[in-house]
Design a protein around this ligand. Structure first.
Ligand SMILES: [Zn+2]
Length: 141
């Protein structure tokens, strides 16, 4: 920490010294050195604020994305006791156990995935048109 601070002060002083040497004919070495030093500190502070703001925005975006993803897993289901309806966020890979506030029992939600093939509905008009084009000889083959 102190080593890092000393390194930064050394670099800032060296750059300020270069600025002081370059501008000493116009405003004097120490004035140019001070201006260079102040300019570096202010520009570094502005840059750090900019980066922090950008990181905060990115962090907010990621957090909102996660909240959005979690709310997609929001399900509603009745308790076996019949006196309560759970409105919970479920996790597909996790163990979904919830305590019913009415009967004070732990309820595990079993998730069953049933894959089904998605098909397109039959286009009757097109099918009839195709059937009408088939000649009786072709039909018998
Ligand atoms: Zn219950």
């Amino acid at each position: 920490m102190i080593k890092d601070l000393l390194f930064k002060l050394t670099i800032t002083s060296l750059v300020s010294g270069v600025i002081g040497v370059c501008l000493h004919p116009f405003i004097g070495f120490w004035s140019a050195f001070g201006l260079g030093f102040a300019f570096q500190i202010i520009s570094n502070s502005l840059y750090n604020n900019f980066v922090a703001s950008k990181l905060a925005n990115e962090s907010d975006r990621i957090l909102n994305e996660r909240v959005d993803m979690l709310t997609r897993n929001d399900v509603s289901f009745p308790c076996p006791c019949g006196n309560n309806t759970f409105d919970e966020i479920i996790i597909l890979q996790g163990d979904n156990v919830f305590t019913c506030p009415k009967c004070d029992q732990d309820v595990r939600l079993s998730i069953t995935l049933t894959p089904t093939v998605v098909t397109t509905p039959l286009d009757n008009e097109k099918h009839l048109q195709r059937l009408s084009q088939i000649k009786p000889e072709e039909e018998s083959q």
